[in-house]
Design a binder for this molecule. Sequence first.
Ligand SMILES: NC(=O)c1ccc[n+]([C@@H]2O[C@H](COP(=O)([O-])OP(=O)(O)OC[C@H]3O[C@@H](n4cnc5c(N)ncnc54)[C@H](OP(=O)(O)O)[C@@H]3O)[C@@H](O)[C@H]2O)c1
Length: 290
Amino acid sequence: MAKTSLLTTGLNGLVGSKLAQVYADQYDFSNLDISHPTQPTDITNYDQVLAAFENSPAEWVVHFAAFTDVTAAWQQTGDKNGPAYKVNVVGTQNIVKAAEITHKKIIHLSTAFVFDGKKTDLYTESDTPQPIEWYGQTKLEAEQVVQNSQSPWCILRIDFPFRSDAFPRPDIVRKTVANIDKGYPLFTDHHFGPTYIDDFVKVIDWVIRTNQTGLFHASNGESWTDFDFATAIVKAQQLRKEIKSGSLAEYLKTTNRPYQQNTALDCSKLIKAIDFALTPINEALTKVQL
Ligand SMILES: NC(=O)c1ccc[n+]([C@@H]2O[C@H](COP(=O)([O-])OP(=O)(O)OC[C@H]3O[C@@H](n4cnc5c(N)ncnc54)[C@H](OP(=O)(O)O)[C@@H]3O)[C@@H](O)[C@H]2O)c1
């Protein structure tokens, strides 16, 4: 079967590289790659973006690329000339403009960090975003740019992703194991919704196959504390490790850097719509090769 052309940004990142790995036989990927040795494409440069779009027969662009270092972004708060704003907002404006001109549909990756983290329950698609730090702010502005697009769009929000195989940039499972090993306390009052990347790439394929549009929360709908997640990793991986418990509320007294206390996403809209089952997190943790 002929491969489907797919235009992407950020395909070498933690999440995008899994799509490239799993769907190598199905999609013919063309990535706007800032690290390309001879022909780099920077999404903050509109002319480069438009040229890449004009050269691609793809119907869809999957926009993974982002400035994802949340602490570094916080240090740029308010700076619209800083790399976080330029990559996340200006880069997305360029992608959207080029998609409109070349009639491509957009899949945009977003984050639960658009919320303030004060809700005690899971966040749904109808909850109002209210970012509390610069990364979340820039990602929310990017969402708004996509939502105002003339091109058909689908926004997928995820939270703390992890994958079965190891990747050079550590994900939440590898970071948690490193934190246990360092003897750091794992919070019992911080809640999040881990996203199993091996499943999430199937969601992206489903969006393309079934021509979905709109906003979806796309982790897997579960809510975990850091401490319970660490305990589940140790159990699933049969590790002999002591886990220290701690409190985010206490930690927040020692730092100015804001942290959302809860970013777990309600994914019932997605789960009702997809034609495959998401893996429960406890089971996904047994598939991880540390
Ligand atoms: N990781 C998370 O915890 C998390 C959580 C929620 C949502 N998300 C969202 O999921 C998406 C993917 O995240 P990820 O973790 O896979 O990111 P990542 O590993 O940090 O990768 C980001 C990618 O963007 C590329 N990039 C950065 N600046 C660029 C530019 N100016 N032009 C072109 N490409 C550029 C990078 O290229 P190089 O590698 O060549 O520098 C890299 O491939 C992002 O939209 C992120 O906001 C991530």
